[in-house]
Design a protein around this ligand. Structure first.
Ligand code: 2M8
Length: 446
């Protein structure tokens, strides 16, 4: 059974493999997506470290001159109407000279999971008894340097006031696009003139209700126009952009990414000053996320910069301190209890005891709509990794087992997300990062 699941996951990664990179899904997502590739690299590390390195190298070849890693890198050979918005809508290279011109990219970023992918590759390489002069060393070092620039960009330009929390400009930057987390800040956005457009995503899902609504898309498009007016300049965006939110999951991922990158840096024998910088960033973003922990709500809360208020919703993002390398044990214990309790994995109506994207029955919950309720394997994988790093072995194993049980259900097909009560596969089938995290779980769960 376990062998079959792994074979199936490997087949999905092969299906979506276009040479040096992997598309997130066969039809819905025909280009490179940043955090998908970071997680795909973690899965590929178990199959072929060389190919896993290529995945990251292809993505980072499109890194902007200021260090940012774009959220989409467009495949020039894909048909122009394969996905909307295409490169013309962003016009990055025409608007700013820091953008990568070829290949064309989007003008947003996504959570920095890439160091976690590189760390998994390094673990495989080091586990094979390789000394630091392993053949992969120079490639790992080149990627490490690029990731250092990436993290420096985030620390300097997405947290200019040193709050320990990163600002996102668009729900797409969070990766949890239509989560109820963004309802309050989006409600305050006054939508201006948006050039007309045709959505392509709805043609690739069984039912449009699985995807964000047209009203949400109008807001998404307007935020792009606003960033173009700011010439993708961070200081300008912080002055005039209508959607500025301190994102917990994004910030917690950066904290962890710095901790694991420090392990790689030590193996590479990088200067102590660099290791100290990585430690300082890990501490800064851990502290920022922990400040958002609301003990009475039993969850951490994102912060709307425009209103100065925490965003009062109940989603898996509230468990983000579990991802932190430096969470105090009492906070970890309280959040694990919350995670396995009736709001999340302990809800008796769930098909498996995994964490749904939004607390069932809470405001904004929708069992079939994308990040508003379905179970996302990759979100569970991030929580699982946090539990493993905190030594919560039994809780971690239970979460992995629940997620794998979902993926083993007949017809699950490594779907993008799942209806939480029935286990019905939703969104795209054969989603690459679902397969990648399954491979990683199976490697850790014999
Ligand atoms: C989804 O996002 C894209 C926009 O970036 C979309 O909905 O069209 C999200 O789930 C995001 O987290 C993911 O990276 C992307 C590709 O899997 O799809």
């Amino acid at each position: 059974m376990t062998v079959d699941l792994r074979d199936g996951a490997v087949a999905v990664l092969r299906l979506n493999d276009l040479g040096g990179w992997t598309k997130p899904a066969p039809r819905l997502y025909p280009h490179i997506w940043s955090w998908d590739s970071g997680l795909i690299a973690a899965g590929l590390a178990h199959l072929d470290p060389d190919r896993a390195l290529r995945e990251l190298e292809t993505l980072f070849a499109a890194q902007w001159r200021d260090g940012r890693v774009p959220h989409i890198v467009y495949d020039p050979s894909a048909p122009p109407d394969a996905y909307f918005p295409g490169p013309d809508r962003w016009a990055c290279a025409a608007i700013t000279d820091v953008a990568c011109a070829t290949p064309a990219t989007s003008g947003l970023v996504q959570p920095p999971v890439h160091a976690i992918g590189l760390w998994r590759i390094w673990q495989r390489v080091a586990q094979n008894g390789q000394a630091p002069d392993a053949p992969e060393r120079s490639r790992i070092e080149a990627l490490y340097r690029r990731m250092l620039d990436w993290h420096r960009y985030l620390a300097a330009h997405r947290d200019p006031d040193g709050s320990g929390l990163l600002t996102i400009y668009h729900p797409w930057e969070s990766g949890t696009d239509n989560s109820p987390r963004w309802d309050p800040p989006l409600a305050n956005v006054v939508v201006g003139a948006v050039p007309s457009y045709t959505r392509r995503d709805l043609a690739h899902v069984a039912d449009p209700s699985h995807r964000p609504t047209d009203a949400e898309y109008d807001r998404f498009m307007w935020l792009i126009e606003s960033l173009k007016r700011a010439r993708y300049d961070d200081a300008e965006a912080h002055r005039q952009h209508p959607f500025l939110v301190k994102d917990l999951v994004f910030s917690a991922i950066l904290a962890t990414a710095n901790t694991v990158l420090e392990e790689v840096a030590a193996w590479l024998g990088r200067p102590e000053a660099e290791l100290a910088q990585l430690r300082a960033w890990a501490a800064r973003f851990s502290a920022g996320v922990l400040r958002q922990y609301d003990a009475s709500a039993g969850l951490a809360l994102d912060l709307d910069v425009r209103t100065g208020r925490p965003i009062q919703v109940r989603t898996w993002a509230g468990l983000a301190p579990l991802l932190l390398p430096e969470a105090p044990s009492d906070v970890v214990a309280a959040l694990v209890e919350r995670m396995v309790g009736p709001d999340f994995a302990g809800n008796p109506d769930l098909i498996v005891p995994a964490v749904p994207s939004t607390v069932p029955g809470s405001p904004g919950f929708d069992r079939r709509s994308y990040w508003r309720g379905p179970i996302w394997p990759i979100a569970n994988w991030l929580l699982w990794l946090g539990l493993v790093r905190h030594g919560r072995t039994a809780d971690a194993a239970a979460l992995a087992e629940a997620s794998l049980a979902l993926l083993r259900r007949p017809g699950a097909r490594f779907s993008e997300y799942f209806e939480p009560f029935s286990g019905e596969p939703l969104g795209s089938l054969d989603q690459s990062w679902t397969a990648a995290v399954a491979i990683d779980w199976l490697a850790a769960t014999p």
